[in-house]
Design a protein around this ligand. Structure first.
Ligand SMILES: [Zn+2]
Length: 486
């Protein structure tokens, strides 16, 4: 009998010891949805947060989070760096989900297949209106999804007939069909870089919103035009997409309102707030930098760009060499079939700061290799606004980079409900960081310099950063796909 009792005690202890796959102990747990801000232990089991408690929790792996913040992993709705080097710097910046929702990749199915089993963090994409249009006009954007792990995937069309010409009725129907096909393949939304397809009429934009409304997915959009000159001001451009949302019923997310509206950013924000007050589903985001980056042979640089952007050649810089452009060099690069990135210095930090402080605004990086926002957006956001300026509380900062983007994702997939929350049953996408030291280090000269201050990062319960260093050869990232997909 005694032996049996001992065996039972032993088994119970063994069972107790293995109750959780991993435990994060004594951290300051913050959850923007419930408002929890207290020291707790977190038990992770089978990729989920199984328990949050003041009680001692046990497991084979225990991480000490004393003095550190334990928060939901950051969600980047809008970025372009899908390859592993970008995923690594994003993980070091606290990001557990990084999605291409502004433009969308040229071929959704191919992209999802290429990323499967090779991804450090969760991934997903919009269906690309730019790419659908390019394909229908007979100049498809090359889709080398197989290479997406080596280099940033090309998503923008070169300026030409496919970007600058209105579509015929037949072409419009073909674009609709291509977008429906891409949504069937797992896209989370429709991405519209309207500024990159100036030939798309207002009617075409409304029609694309109608496709999104029928499929119950949002439209993410880079609006038609920045600047103050009418016609074609940023105010007109924001009106266009809010109107299309109202007409169609599709949810609308306006990307990087900071760089689309520039000196009129606060007025554009007031327009978003007004639309929401009238019951429309409209949201927006910004990134914490005063320069942008885009592709130099795109339609964004069609004639008139100086007036629109309020800059000249000298405010354009090649990220790889630091070369400032002259008229001759610009003409050569804009005409080239080869797409090259260019840094655009056209904003002021005072404007960016006042946009980011607004409670409506989420943070998204718009990151890709070449701009420091790819590696530094989230650490910079927390260090600048919470620690240095003291203009946003830590809880409100976390809301802008976890809960709000997760709620946006819920408009595309039920899986969004498991993201952006530090709650029992939520996905174990967790960041553990030091709020006193978290810092960005990427610059325009060294854009891929990783951030510091994230001590642990869990993606689907798997440790991706341990003791501030990347764990090698783990690929726990999974696809996030749209409503039609399981
Ligand atoms: Zn953009």
């Amino acid at each position: 009998m005694r032996k049996l009792a001992l065996l039972i005690v032993f088994l119970a202890r063994l069972g107790f010891a293995q109750q959780y796959d991993l435990v994060i102990e004594n951290g300051r747990v913050l959850d923007p949805e419930t408002g929890l801000d207290a020291v707790r232990n977190v038990g992770v089991l089978h990729g989920k947060i199984a328990r949050i408690s003041t009680e001692h929790l046990a497991g084979p792996r225990v991480l000490d989070a004393k003095g550190l913040v334990v928060a939901p992993g950051f969600i980047d709705l809008h970025q372009h760096g899908q390859e592993i080097e970008s995923q690594r710097v994003k993980a070091m910046d606290g990001v557990t989900t990084a999605l291409e929702l502004e433009i969308g990749v040229p071929d959704v199915g191919e992209f999802l297949r290429a990323q499967e089993g090779h991804s450090l963090i969760h991934y997903g994409t919009a269906a690309s209106h730019c790419a659908a249009r390019a394909a229908v006009f007979g100049t498809p954007i090359p889709s080398h999804a197989g290479d997406s792990r080596q280099g940033t995937l090309e998503v923008l069309p070169k300026s030409g007939i496919a970007t600058d010409t209105p579509a015929t009725a037949e072409q419009l129907e073909a674009i609709r069909q291509r977008l429906a096909h891409e949504l069937d393949a797992g896209a989370l939304a429709i991405g519209m870089g309207i500024q990159y397809t100036p030939g798309a009429t207002r009617y075409e934009v409304i029609e694309m919103f109608r496709v999104a409304a029928q499929r119950k997915v949002p439209v993410y959009t880079h609006v038609r035009s920045p600047g103050r000159g009418e016609p074609g001001s940023s105010i007109e451009s924001v009106s266009e997409v809010i109107g299309a949302s109202a007409i169609s019923g599709a949810a609308l997310h306006i990307v990087h309102i900071n760089s689309s509206c520039l000196q009129d950013s606060l007025e554009c924000l007031a327009m978003v707030a007004g639309a929401r007050a009238r019951g429309l589903d409209v949201s927006t985001e910004a990134y914490p930098y005063d320069a942008g980056m885009t592709v130099i042979n795109s339609a964004l640089f069609n004639p008139g760009w100086q007036q629109k952007l309020g800059i000249d050649y000298a405010q354009l810089m090649l990220p790889d060499t630091g070369e400032s452009l002259t008229r001759e060099r610009f003409d050569e690069l804009h005409a080239s079939p080869q797409s090259r990135k260019v840094i655009v210095r056209n904003n002021r930090m005072e404007i960016v700061d006042s946009v980011i402080r607004d409670p409506l605004v989420m943070i998204a990086s718009d990151g890709a290799v070449g701009h420091p926002r790819n590696a530094g957006t989230y650490s910079r956001f927390i260090s600048r606004y919470v620690r240095e300026q003291g203009t946003i509380t830590l809880m409100d900062a976390l809301r802008k980079i976890t809960l709000m983007p997760a709620q946006m994702l819920e408009r595309s997939t039920r899986a969004g409900r498991g993201k952006g929350r530090l709650q029992e049953q939520a996905d174990a996408d967790i960041v553990v960081f030091d709020p006193a030291t978290i810092s960005d280090h990427s610059t325009y000269q060294k854009p891929m310099e990783p951030s510091t201050g994230v001590k642990y990062l869990l993606v689907n319960g798997a440790l991706v950063i341990n003791e501030g260093k990347l764990v090698s050869d783990v690929y726990p990232g999974r696809a996030m796909t749209g409503t039609r997909q399981p």
